[in-house]
Design a protein around this ligand. Structure first.
Ligand SMILES: Nc1ncnc2c1ncn2[C@@H]1O[C@H](COP(=O)(O)OP(=O)(O)OP(=O)(O)O)[C@@H](O)[C@H]1O
Ligand SMILES: [Mg+2]
Length: 419
């Protein structure tokens, strides 16, 4: 079904149509209105004529439809229902990642609450999805909500839903994340951002699997497995009274800590190659394999943004690649948090191909650097010849070939560097 054009919606008001409900729906569909619009109208109709369970079911259906189909933007970007992660492969078989995956395998088949900790971009959501995908709930919804992305005043309604008229702007009944995730898994990202006043209600759902929608006294019962994630130190927040300790203990049933990438550098080459293949496929480009020296530089970098930063660096290199040659730009200098603003080093992924003239210039620069280091000395253990790994006579003849006299040793280095 096509998305509705604005004009189609503006020109025709379904409420003014005198046809039967079925006719009204068919007419909307015939006018090219989206399934989401049709369902919204159906909800209003049922709400007016037969309020109750059917209206609620339809409201839920309309909401899920908006989120999952037709490619329309969801009402809030902070939540998703079973949206594919793009790549569900978890790459990395170093000791640290193996321990994380063992924990995933252990806890997945249970219904226990999991608390995933780790710096930004370490893969917390990927691990949460992996737990859901390996659980008995895998065919049921995996619903995500980023608690930091929702204004605190709206978070309660996002989590628990609301009745029509519960607050200004609540024009229709709306189911919350807990109801949408019923039978499946709810992933609450950035749980440390949940306001203190909402924490008792969250604790109650975790303990009793029961809650009331905003504006309702009717208790809703659900069966939801909760996975929470945070990059904050919740224990420290409990000590500062910024997080309730009863909720913390209820969440911290099975903690999984994902180490930062700089503490599991052994995974970096596999991750680089994984993202190189991924983006080459997505951009439909042929790229050269990454050379060992580029991999070494990438492995030595600290990756303050962790795997997400690495993926972005590879994506950028894939977009700007010329003739299949990837060139990775890394921020340099300063401490980890400041590095982004300090310029960049560029790492060629495969050995650079130089012209004859460029080769000669590089040779000159290399000799200049050696002579500078040895203060112009050519012979002996601390001479430039030894540093360059050539016989002093070879170095002298190369310098002569370049038309430079070895007697001007120190200025010679400057001459060479200037060319
Ligand atoms: N081990 C891994 N293998 C493959 N891809 C990974 C891995 N870890 C992370 N990623 C990818 O890196 C990106 C960031 O991961 P994710 O969103 O799960 O991180 P996060 O810890 O939830 O980040 P944030 O704290 O910013 O929410 C995603 O595209 C994810 O697919
Ligand atoms: Mg996340």
């Amino acid at each position: 079904m096509r998305a509705p054009s604005n004009t189609a919606t503006q020109e025709w008001d379904p409420r003014s149509s005198c046809v039967s409900p079925e006719g009204r729906i068919l007419e909307m569909a015939a006018r090219g209105m989206s399934l989401s619009h049709v369902l919204d109208d159906l909800c209003r109709l049922v709400e007016e004529q037969a309020p109750g369970v059917l209206a609620s079911v339809l409201a839920e259906l309309a909401h899920v439809t908006r989120l999952t189909t037709l490619g329309q933007p969801a009402p809030s970007t902070a939540h998703e229902v079973n949206q594919p992660s793009g790549s569900s492969d978890i790459v990395g078989d170093g000791e640290a990642m193996r321990r994380v995956l063992e924990a995933v395998a252990t806890v997945a088949p249970t219904d226990s609450t999991v608390l995933i900790g780790g710096e930004t971009g370490t893969g917390k959501e990927l691990i949460a999805r992996a737990i859901h995908d390996r659980s008995r709930r895998r065919s049921r919804p995996f619903v995500t909500l980023n608690c930091a992305a929702i204004p605190s005043g709206l978070l309660e309604s996002e989590l628990f839903g609301h009745e029509r008229g519960a607050f200004t702007g609540a024009v229709a009944r709306r189911v919350g994340r807990f109801e949408l995730a019923n039978g499946g898994t709810l992933f609450l990202d950035e749980i440390g951002d949940i306001p203190l006043e909402l924490q008792p209600k969250l604790l109650r759902v975790l303990q009793e699997q029961a809650f009331e929608r905003l504006g309702s006294t009717q208790t809703v019962r659900v069966g939801v497995r909760l996975i929470a994630a945070t990059n904050l130190d919740l224990a420290a927040m409990v000590a500062d009274k910024r997080f309730r300790n009863d909720l913390y203990y209820r969440l911290n049933v099975f903690p999984i800590a994902i180490p930062p990438l700089r503490d599991r550098r052994e995974d970096i080459p596999a991750l680089v190659n994984h993202f190189v293949r991924l983006y080459a496929g997505r951009l439909n480009r042929r790229v050269e394999p990454v050379s060992p020296s580029a991999l070494k530089t990438l492995t030595e970098y600290d990756w303050p943004g962790n795997v997400r930063e690495l993926a972005n660096v590879v994506e950028r290199a894939s977009i700007t690649a010329r003739d299949g040659d990837l060139r990775f730009d890394l921020p340099v200098g300063g401490d980890r948090n400041e590095s982004a603003g300090r310029g960049a080093i560029s790492v060629a992924a495969s050995p650079e191909i130089l012209s004859e003239a460029e080769m000669r210039q590089q040779e000159r620069r290399n000799m200049a650097a050696a002579l500078r280091r040895t203060h112009g000395k050519i012979y002996g253990d601390d001479g430039a010849a030894r540093l360059l790994g050539v016989k002093p006579t070879t170095l002298l003849s190369r310098l002569a070939r370049l038309g430079l006299k070895p007697t001007r040793q120190v200025p010679l280095a400057a001459d060479l560097a200037a060319t």
